[in-house]
Design a protein around this ligand. Structure first.
Ligand SMILES: [Ca+2]
Ligand SMILES: [Ca+2]
Length: 217
């Protein structure tokens, strides 16, 4: 009896692990911390179409690729999303249709323009999914950028998705971006399986079907 029970628990755990591993490997973002690419020195300005930052393409009015000019959130490099006016940086990744993904990134603002708000729109394959702002305060300097973590989620409708960060600040002193990452959000069924095991999921599915039947009755 106890042998059978152990086998069941072991199988449920293995399947849950396989589902999580499958989800995690589904989307890979390259060079999310902007550490790889042309040497920016202090900083270099990259125009529309530039691929000087490995894995990323620059759009719009260009961006500044920041090296030693200010302190990055992670590593040594980051991006000012406005070169002289609002620019965009984007990357196309593989996704699984129907899956939900969480994109996490760090935001600050170019302190050279004084205090004020910097704005970024995030979009997936051309559809804006969210907007974010960062307030450059009196205490923010190039050594104390005040990097803040943000995230958004989206559901994939195609086998690829183009993730873009678009500056809405049309001055030379744009929003600063660093350390972008993506992870697959486990589906509710996956969580349920991890928590309850096979028997519990079967009961949950049956309960859900009963609810649906009632809803349509
Ligand atoms: Ca970095
Ligand atoms: Ca700039």
């Amino acid at each position: 009896m106890s042998t059978k029970r152990h086998w069941l628990v072991g199988t449920a755990a293995a399947l849950a692990a396989a589902l999580v591993a499958g989800g995690a490997s589904a989307a890979t973002l390259v060079n999310g911390s902007f550490e790889e690419g042309a040497d920016p020195g202090s900083f270099i300005t990259l125009g529309n179409g530039s691929t000087a930052i490995t894995g990323w393409t620059v759009k719009g009015h260009g961006v500044d690729y920041i090296g030693s000019y200010w302190t990055a959130a992670h590593g040594d490099r980051s991006v000012d999303l406005s070169a002289l006016n609002g620019g965009t940086i984007q990357q196309t990744i593989d996704t699984i249709v129907g899956k939900t993904y969480k994109v996490t990134f760090w935001l600050a603002g170019n302190p050279d323009g004084g205090q004020g708000d910097k704005f970024v729109a995030t979009s997936v394959s051309g559809d804006q999914v969210n907007s974010f702002s960062f307030n450059v305060g009196g205490g923010n300097t190039k050594q104390n950028m005040g990097w803040t973590q943000h995230s958004y989620t989206f559901k994939a409708f195609d086998p690829t998705a183009t993730l873009a960060f678009n500056s809405q600040t049309n001055t030379p002193y744009g929003p600063a971006l660093d350390n972008v990452s993506i992870s697959a959000v486990p589906e509710p069924a996956t969580w349920a399986m991890m928590i309850m095991g096979f028997g519990g999921v079967g009961a949950a599915v049956r309960a859900s079907r009963r609810k649906q039947a009632l809803a349509f009755a």
